[in-house]
Design a protein around this ligand. Structure first.
Ligand code: AMP
Ligand code: MG
Length: 360
């Protein structure tokens, strides 16, 4: 299949530019498009065949449900039932925007779209390209992140091309996305609102509307082999991972820099292609090593926007081993560290503790 690339000028968007993409979607084909969080791989959410194509194109496990994108809250009762008051409050405060909620699904939503679950994930994106595509198509659009399964999410059209060229009908190129991390997922089907995936909208933001909201314990996990089962099926997989083996060092910054330097030099001396994931403040502390900076430590939103692109850069340079610094976990930092630790497959080392130093 030839994948068409359509370049869109955000300052001059017209509905007719979306007609071709909308027609492809109505015919059961797949179109990738930018949202404010990451690029999405869109298909008609009510067409089981389109959902099956999404799983096939990404190589995604079929028990990992898709998020359905809407452009109007009128769609909520069409797609979901027994909608609690809390859902309307969240929608009122955070939509359109990077917030996804889990509700009980209506019968018209096929199980293919929800990974076999009786619940559905729904989001109203704020990106004008995403909103216009949904509106012009007249559809509800199921759209997981537009990356090959397991790889870092896509924040530029070139990333989508890299992973999905030849597997999907079209890519709408709207440049780099604004946020760079996937939406905050809030489950409203249990006793308390639960954040299943942290994102740009933080727990503190959610608690302003729903004071009893909490994190799903899987969000805060630190160990590879614990017994915590994530409530969002997608959060149980190794994800966002570069091809090289990534290890994250935690501790105070001085110890972290020293440990990252020591371990990276060791691997490099063994003849492996080795790289360091650092920050603007520390990038000059690794002489003789290949270093990529994700931005200033104080600018968590900047780090969020760069993270996936940087993880892909390690692949482009062929890094076999990557040693990375940890970052702050307040605000958006919680989501940044969640993605980074998953990318590392929870390969986390304590920088101050020399007995745990990697000797292999
Ligand atoms: P992605 O669209 O690639 O960002 O992935 C969607 C995420 O939403 C995955 O982690 C899914 O497991 C999660 N998700 C989608 N639908 C549900 C649902 N009904 N219940 C729990 N998690 C869901
Ligand atoms: Mg994804």
């Amino acid at each position: 299949m030839d994948t068409g690339m359509v370049l869109l000028d955000r300052n001059n968007l017209k509905e007719e530019q979306f007609e071709k993409a909308a027609e492809l979607l109505r015919n059961g084909e797949l179109v990738a498009f930018p949202t404010e969080t990451v690029y999405g791989l869109g298909g008609n959410a009510l067409d089981p065949g389109a959902s099956a194509k999404i799983y096939a194109a990404k190589g995604r496990p079929s028990d990992n449900p898709l998020i359905v994108h809407i452009c109007d809250t009128d769609a909520l009762p069409v797609l979901a039932k027994n909608i609690p008051e809390s859902a309307w409050k969240l929608a009122d405060r955070f939509w359109p925007g990077p917030m996804t909620m889990i509700l009980e699904k209506q019968d018209i939503v096929p199980k293919e779209t929800t990974g076999g679950l009786n619940t559905i994930a729904i989001r109203m994106p704020s990106d004008p390209i995403a909103a216009m595509l949904i509106k012009v198509s007249g559809l509800y659009i199921a759209a997981p992140s537009a990356n090959a399964s397991g790889r870092p999410s896509t924040t530029k059209a070139s990333h989508v091309y890299e992973d999905l060229n030849g597997r999907i009908a079209m890519i709408l190129d709207g440049g780099s996305v604004q946020i760079g991390l996937e939406s905050t997922i809030i489950d409203l089907t249990g006793e308390k609102p639960l954040i299943l995936r942290p994102g740009y909208i933080t727990l503190e933001d959610v608690r302003e509307i729903l004071p009893d909201a909490e994190y799903d314990p899987a969000v805060l996990r630190r160990e590879r082999n614990d017994n915590i089962v994530a409530k969002a099926p997608g959060m149980k997989y190794r994800h966002y991972a570069p091809k090289g083996q990534l290890t994250i060092f935690e501790g105070n910054l001085e110890d972290v820099v020293n440990a990252v330097y020591r371990e990276a030099v060791l691997k490099q001396k063994q003849g492996f292609k080795t790289a360091v994931l650092a920050s603007e403040e520390t990038k000059d502390r690794y002489p003789g090593l290949t270093v990529l900076s994700v931005g200033n430590r104080e600018d968590e939103e900047g780090i969020a926007a760069c993270l996936f692109d940087t993880l892909r850069e390690f692949d482009h340079m062929g890094a076999e081993f990557i040693f990375g610094e940890c970052f702050r976990t307040d605000g958006v930092g919680q989501a940044v560290m969640n993605r980074l630790l998953k990318a590392a497959g929870y390969r986390i080392e304590s920088a101050g503790d020399k007995s745990r130093s990697l000797k292999k």
